[in-house]
Design a protein around this ligand. Sequence first.
Ligand code: GSH
Length: 209
Amino acid sequence: MKIYDWHIAPNPRRLNIYLAEKGLKVELVEVGQEDLSLAPWFKAKYPHAMVPMLELDDGTMIGEAMAIARYFEEIHPAPPLMGVDPRDKAIVEMWEKRANEEGMLPASELFRNTHEKFAERGLPGAADAIPAIPELRDRGRARLTRFFEKFDRQLAENEFVAGKRWTVADATTLAAVDFAGWSDVKIPASCRNLQRWYDAVSARLSAKA
Ligand SMILES: N[C@@H](CCC(=O)N[C@@H](CS)C(=O)NCC(=O)O)C(=O)O
């Protein structure tokens, strides 16, 4: 099996952080190019045209970072990084989704509608041109402020995003915070709990995956 990767990009990164915490090594095939687009051969092979994408030995293609993580979690249950019982699994999924929808997507909204190389690529995976919408930058910034504040409140009472243990929700939150940094949006000074968490998870080996 192999994973089609774009090593600097945030969605492959959240999967790579998860795999590092899991202690799994999977062959990575880099399909990101210097001009910040995906290799044409990859887009032709996989018209969904997004990474990460797992290809199994029987040719099955599995996209979506969390679907891929779920696949590995089922095969390698230890250490559990997506929850340990029904209640905990639901809580991990809830916070992972919030990190994605309220952190990753606004960071993407801001970045893609700002960066010149994405002027005609407002959304990932589109075959046709999708022009950037400059107004979405402000909305992306405003959404990121709400994200930082919400996660700061959650981390006031929890060591990690979904409770006492490191989980995949921490991988997505870390990828989202760093992705916001690409647009010079940093954790506000008032979000001390989020900053404490960020310093701790960034120091783990998995953050360098
Ligand atoms: N929902 C997808 C999002 C994947 C995604 O947006 N990947 C980006 C990289 S972070 C991508 O492939 N972009 C291709 C492009 O910009 O053309 C997931 O969770 O895997």
